[in-house]
Write a protein that binds this ligand. Sequence first.
Ligand SMILES: *[C@@H]1O[C@H](CO)[C@@H](O)[C@H](O)[C@H]1NC(C)=O
Length: 422
Amino acid sequence: MSSKPSVVIFGGLNTCSRALAALLVPLEGEPLVSHLRIVDKYSVNPPTTYLGADFPNVLQKPNVEYRQANLQIASVVASCFDQPDGQEPYTYVFDLTGEIQWDRTEQIQINTTFNIARLLGLEATKRKIKAYVRLMHPFYECKERAKADDPKAVKADGVLGVWWHETARMLASIEHLNLVILRTALIYGPYVNYGIVISFLAVAATYGYAKEPMKGLWGPGKHATHTVHVEDVAGALFACAEWVSKVGREQALALAGENIACLGDKKKLKEFQSTVPLLTDPDKTVRAPSYNIEDDSSSTMTSLGDLFTTVFDTTFEYYNVLVNQMAKFKLEDMVEDINESHVTRWTEMITQSTPPVLNSPYTAYMDLYALKKHVITFPSHKLKEVVGYQLRRPTITKELVQEIVDKARAEGNWPNCPPQQS
Ligand SMILES: *[C@@H]1O[C@H](CO)[C@@H](O)[C@H](O)[C@H]1NC(C)=O
């Protein structure tokens, strides 16, 4: 047997699986795995989703395979667990599947988040996979002062959040699954084109272009907006897999088990029990080995605003109390107004860019979800103490933010133009 694990990454081509693949099979240096398969619904050749500059090169490496597949079909899922001829059976599975768009219907959330993970979890159990690590995005509202690793301290954010959370509960209830749940703070990094951090950064760029102070909603205050670099998400995923594959399920539960209670509307969830197989009884609390990953920056809305605007040579301040009050009660009605100048300026920047920018996957449009107040804190002390994980990017810095812009510019996806003439 090879001493290196053989790995499948499911989903997440639009989130973190490209960074994870680059960690497992680096462009330079020794791979950490004997074989890597990545499975998602997208085509990579030609690409039907944004891939960033590095990932196509990772796919060229020996023993890396990409498979386009519909993971809503059980037989397709099963076939993805069959290793290619000449390879060892798969040992680690990274589950990065799940819908990340907040505005999809509940049935879509169930089909693409809950049901896919159910098929993956059941198949992984059948195959006696040694490590099954599930990535959980911060679709939660954390309490500013509470410990975020206390599940009572968080609320699931909307329909999306409820089904992501129910997915974790369902996986936790599959017997013999060598599961670890990894919850992250807000993810940023090169080629990460989804989520709140990157849209905040693109908006900051428009204020730099206009040579105006950037205006934030919600006013100063603690407003924890904790971040994590995508390379640390990848690093933590792998560290969790190594850990659980060594200690096994029972010991993992003893060392890192946490209660996961239902956070949704129990009455409503009960109505789904007849149609959604393996939906956990809302009255039942399950346990799963669980970790959080975030950096040590303890970022707030203000510190991120200050940092991002520095990159574009401007400053950050808040709207007045009146605007903040309006936003609190009528944000839906303000979305288009808030976006008008951002989008107009971003479009100007794109049209004036040398070299030209075509079909950028980046945008300065902030939808209702991005504009909402989010309090996100997922302290990683347990991951550091129990697993021994060391952060690669312990703080978010100007250099790391600049790197995002530089890499997006280098691939022709971020406008390169001087500030507006006043
Ligand atoms: C959800 O999945 C079921 C079963 O595959 C299918 O019949 C249904 O059309 C799907 N619904 C949506 C909204 O995708």
